[in-house]
Design a protein around this ligand. Structure first.
Ligand code: DCP
Length: 230
């Protein structure tokens, strides 16, 4: 009856093209995701979706990334609600190439950034509950699946040094402890598999090296990243 249809959702009606491949580049703030994406963007047959950072900095005139860093307790839910929307928009955008490379994902937004706000006491349980309900609905009713996660594994100290040289205005207030907390959650999620299910393969690449060495590593791992195993 109607009740059953509602309970099961309509996910079974969404069919992903089996020949298409979606890869997320994951890692701490300033772990070098941009370098990785820029390297692969030179390849034809790959589409690259950068994180919708410009949107987070300007929602109808409001910089909610900046607000969040100024007062995470007040603006954490605001930023993360919008991050979740813009990430959903990225995941569900029709693919125009056989291979899609994404910067981060709706999954790390939830399992790393929202989780961190909640655990550090900066997000009330009720906000966390509402975001989780949204996230679960999205997972059950849309296709936000990925085929491979590339985890750029860094030490928080290296990210901290890079962050200081990069000097993005909003990020000037980020202390080392914040990067350590984000690192810890990435490790729990993708390495220790302690908290959330990881339903695709994870390729871990050490990313403390300089840019030239990193590009060599991307070259070495190129086939593994781009070609599906079957
Ligand atoms: N951010 C957040 N919550 C999320 C996702 C991101 O608060 N769910 C913040 C962290 C950063 C900013 O958004 O301050 C941009 O994130 P990235 O680390 O992805 O962008 P970078 O440019 O730092 O990536 P990289 O240096 O690895 O290229």
């Amino acid at each position: 009856g109607a009740g059953t249809a509602v309970a099961t959702g309509y996910k079974h009606l969404i069919k992903k093209d089996a020949r298409k491949r979606i890869i997320c580049i994951e890692g701490n703030i300033a772990s070098g995701k941009t370098t990785c994406l820029d390297y692969f963007a030179q390849t034809t047959s790959i589409e690259v979706l950068k994180e919708p950072l410009t949107k987070w900095r300007n929602v109808r005139g409001h910089n909610i990334l900046g607000l969040m860093y100024q007062d995470a307790s007040r603006w954490g839910i605001t930023l993360q609600t919008y991050v979740q929307l813009t990430m959903l928009e990225q995941h569900t955008r029709p693919m125009i190439s056989p291979i899609r490379l994404m910067e981060r994902s709706i999954h790390s937004a939830k399992h790393v950034f929202v989780e961190n706000l909640y655990r550090s006491g900066k997000m009330p349980e009720v906000d966390y509950a509402v975001l989780s309900e949204w996230f679960d609905w999205i997972q059950n009713n849309t296709d936000v699946s990925v085929d491979l996660i590339v985890y750029l594994q860094t030490s928080p100290k290296v990210c901290y040094e890079r962050l200081k040289t990069r000097c993005r205005e909003e990020e000037k207030v980020i202390p080392l402890e914040y990067l350590e907390a984000i690192h810890e959650l990435y490790e729990e999620w993708l390495i220790k598999r302690a908290l959330f299910e990881v339903s695709c393969p994870v390729l871990v690449i050490g990313a403390d090296h300089d840019m030239q060495k990193m590009i060599e590593k991307y070259e070495e791992n190129r086939d593994q990243i781009l070609n599906s195993p079957n």
